[in-house]
Design a protein around this ligand. Structure first.
Ligand code: ZN
Length: 250
């Protein structure tokens, strides 16, 4: 294979010399992070071509985002991962990551809407650094778009990120939550129509899977689900990149 056949980095126009994990590897538990230690979630991870500058280039943001999502997810896998890997990480290096996450913590009383029953409970509210989380999710979305195009197209249009998981600062549900919930449910119900591209993709769906949907106006919606619980809906607007064409030969 000569250099003309090699794909570009998913972030820039350099020829890729390495591969980056999508989502980053820190989202996936290692054997030592799990009490039974049998299942290996680090096999068959999704990768995209990357240059050396962009490989693992957002590791601090990745670590912050992975810790917050594991902490806020309700699945037993996320809980186990948080108690093992992330509690260790929060305590090491003078607890910088822990300080960053828990500096804003305050006790809160919220109402859960699970199973159509309203249950008030006491918990801890944390103000998230949304820009860091959005940088990571946007990077994953653009990488998945590149992957889905067979490394022939990059999405250069705008990217909108929504999640029904985040509350407003006054702990009320955001306006988005009421819109996102039905969209989320629609994805779940339409999943059986695999020809719509709504099949779950990702070899470790207990940690991460995504669904890729092309809308009639040629934009894209990617539904990402972490730990079977924490969902992001990402709207990508397609715009042809003038300089990202790749030549493939047979
Ligand atoms: Zn690059």
């Amino acid at each position: 294979m000569n250099s003309f056949e090699k794909p570009q980095c998913y972030c820039c126009e350099k020829i890729a010399t390495t591969k980056d994990h999508i989502p980053p590897k820190c989202f996936f538990p290692k054997k030592k992070d799990l009490s039974d230690g049998n299942h290996d979630y680090t096999n068959n991870l999704i990768t995209v071509p990357a240059c050396s500058d962009h490989n693992n280039s957002r590791s601090k943001d990745d670590e912050y985002t992975a810790a917050v999502i594991a902490m806020a997810s309700t699945s037993s896998l996320a809980l186990t991962l948080f108690k093992s890997k992330w509690v260790r990480a929060l305590l090491r290096r003078e607890g910088l990551l822990g300080k960053r996450i828990f500096l804003t913590a305050k006790s809160a009383r919220v109402i859960s809407r699970k199973n159509r029953v309203l249950i008030p409970y006491n918990t801890t509210a944390i103000s998230c650094e949304m820009q860091r989380i959005e940088r990571v999710i946007e990077s994953i979305a653009r990488a998945l778009y590149y992957l889905e195009s067979g490394y022939t197209k990059k999405c250069t249009g705008s990217c909108i990120i929504k999640s029904p998981k985040f509350l407003n600062r006054d702990l009320s549900y955001s306006q988005d939550a009421y819109i996102l919930d039905p969209i989320n449910q629609a994805f779940i119900h339409l999943e059986k129509y695999q020809e719509l591209g709504l099949a779950r993709k990702g070899k470790n769906p207990d940690v991460f899977y995504y669904q890729f949907f092309k809308t009639t106006d040629k934009n894209f919606v990617i539904r990402m689900v972490f730990y079977n619980d924490f969902t992001f809906l990402v709207y990508l607007q397609e715009k042809e990149s003038m300089s990202s064409s790749i030549i493939f030969t047979v």
